[in-house]
Design a protein around this ligand. Sequence first.
Ligand SMILES: *Cc1c(COP(=O)(O)O)cnc(C)c1O
Length: 361
Amino acid sequence: MTKRVYNFYAGPATLPLQVLKKAQEQLLDFDNTGISLMEISHRSKQYDLVHKEASNLVRQLMGISNEYKIMWLQGGASSQFWMVPLNLKIEGKPMDYVNTGTWSKKAIKEAKYYGKVNVVASSEDKNFSYIPNNIIFSDDASYAHITGNNTIYGTEYHEWPNTSPDVPLVCDMSSNIMDKKIEANRFGIIYAGAQKNIGPAGVTLVIVREDLLDRVDENTPTMQKWKTHADKDSLFNTPPTWAIYICKLSLEYLKSIGGVSAIEKINRDKANILYDIIDKSDGFYKGHAKKDSRSLMNITFRLPTEELEQKCVSDAIDQGLIGLKGHRSVGGMRASIYNAMSKEGVKKLANFLIEFKEKNQ
Ligand SMILES: *Cc1c(COP(=O)(O)O)cnc(C)c1O
């Protein structure tokens, strides 16, 4: 058997073994074509089926209505940081943002190239350990932007803020797309780099309400307009076919295990297992996120000393538990337990943490 470790990296991240096996099986000969999917024209009938099915699965799994377009773009979630203001900004109307961490800040920085940005709420005062309550967006904003899950700090929105009907809510869901049921019609735009929760690096899922596609200035370079990609079903130019194919396999797998409501239950169980250990460790493990803001996807915590943190990360590697070193902005440890991380992997990590505490406290 191939050696497989439990991978807690924040992204690119673990994929379901079934998905990797299926891709391996079909690597040389895709559906009896005699060639690899990597070698097939993006205009071929075989690829077209893959492409359409990937988008249909997004629609079904997230409950996205026909008012929305589903796009597969390149340039990462980071390119959406500028594509959002470029495509949505209305002259004379500010752009509202909530600052909940590193990724929010990067989004804000890019929006400032396009006009006036209002940061209406921030959790920077406490090193981004919480999601602000009672967020109020202005009624005359071009749009309102939030970061659904803060990958580095381990915080996540559990309720979505309201916006007035004319102000579309824009959400960066790179690290929590499909981790739980959402009412998709609350959002104007949802975007997510695929490499954390739904696939490999190289493709970004962008879901846009159709009426918002017409805001962009006509004198904008073709590739920069969402409308170009939406009108051509993400086939204006060559899309990242292999990455979209792997997303399709992983979404198919998600559907086969019961879809988003089934994975939400599993995700809550997984997160509870680890938060329980933190809460019952008499302060040995200290969670970074405030309890009501805790992420289902990224569990961030510290140990009593940096030496112990380093030892914990390296002892974990010896047990086949990798990628647990925290981001430098928080320090300590971070367990990224995306949809594809099994409950077995989380239980193994839990047992390791319990033993580590007993030996080292
Ligand atoms: C990883 C991440 C990004 C950056 O994604 P790229 O695809 O690397 O540009 C943006 N936002 C969030 C919330 C992330 O977790």
